[in-house]
Write a protein that binds this ligand. Structure first.
Ligand code: GLU
Length: 269
């Protein structure tokens, strides 16, 4: 039904992507990377007929970077409060980056519950459809002040898959700080090879990545991160959505995905 709507209001079919940017990427890349991303969002629409729903982490990490709060072990409520400090700072960066493209962004904060409650889900869908119709880029994050699922585990990976499903997206693109999924941990094994393409996420693969991340606990943040990313890809696949795991700061990474270049790991449905 939404496909039909997308068709009728644009005369040619728009593809819809959900793109998720992780905390590490946002903090290490800063305003320059965000500007490069928003430039690509604008080009995706113009050159590839792709509209983007953006999911951004980085609120807590940005608050930690900008304040004296350097304590490593943080309570849940401290993380929530940090997120409330960091969220407007992250949005400032997105707004500046979008303004340089002559575009507007819109902040939408949500929780898992918003996607399971029928009325709230419908309201969420209506708001996003309207923003996309106005060519305004929705920038989403978990509402950490009232929900803690993604703070505990996941960095918005799972939430982005659920958003992709709710918004009937065609692709989920996860921007991360590694090149993709490897056949073994590239930090431990120099001969590790990147997996270019997968059909679905086999349970055996998910299990072996889970085990590898368990063994390397504390030293292998990337592998641990891969568990939640594969979980998100599995969820997306089940909803008929293709997932790409790609390195977020590769030059023109989103345009490369649009051109189906052999980058990262492409997980076909
Ligand atoms: N919603 C969190 C943020 O924006 C996700 C990051 C995390 O899990 O630490 O900071």
């Amino acid at each position: 039904m939404k496909n039909q709507k997308r068709l009728s209001r644009n005369s040619k079919k728009l593809e819809r992507w959900v793109v998720k940017a992780g905390s590490n990427m946002i903090c290490s890349g800063g305003p320059i990377l965000l500007r490069a991303w928003m430039n690509q969002v604008s080009r995706l629409r113009k050159e590839h007929s792709v509209e983007v729903i953006w999911v951004s982490s980085g609120a807590i990490a940005t608050a930690v970077d900008r304040t004296d709060f350097k304590k490593k072990k943080r309570t849940l409520s401290e993380k929530q409060a940090l997120s409330a400090i960091g969220q407007p700072l992250v949005m400032d960066l997105y707004n500046i980056a979008l303004q340089t493209q002559g575009q507007l962004g819109a902040q939408v904060l949500l929780t898992y519950d918003d996607l399971t409650n029928r009325t709230r889900k419908q309201n969420f869908q209506n708001t996003l459809e309207q923003l996309l119709d106005w060519k305004v880029t929705p920038i989403l994050n978990e509402n950490d002040a009232v929900a803690t699922e993604e703070i505990k585990f996941g960095d918005n990976d799972s939430l982005s898959a659920r958003i992709a499903k709710a918004m009937n997206a065609d692709r989920l693109v996860i921007l991360t700080d590694v090149e993709g999924l490897y056949d073994s941990d590239p930090r431990v094994n120099k001969k590790a090879k990147r997996i270019e393409e997968l059909k679905g996420v086999p349970s055996s693969l998910l299990k072996s990545v889970e085990m590898a991340s368990g063994k390397a606990a504390g030293t292998s943040r990337g592998t641990g991160g891969m568990v939640s990313k594969l979980g998100a890809a599995k969820l997306a696949c089940q909803a008929g959505i293709e997932t790409w795991l790609v390195k977020g700061d590769s030059p023109q990474v989103l345009l490369a995905v649009a051109e189906n270049k052999l980058i990262g790991t492409r997980i076909k449905k």
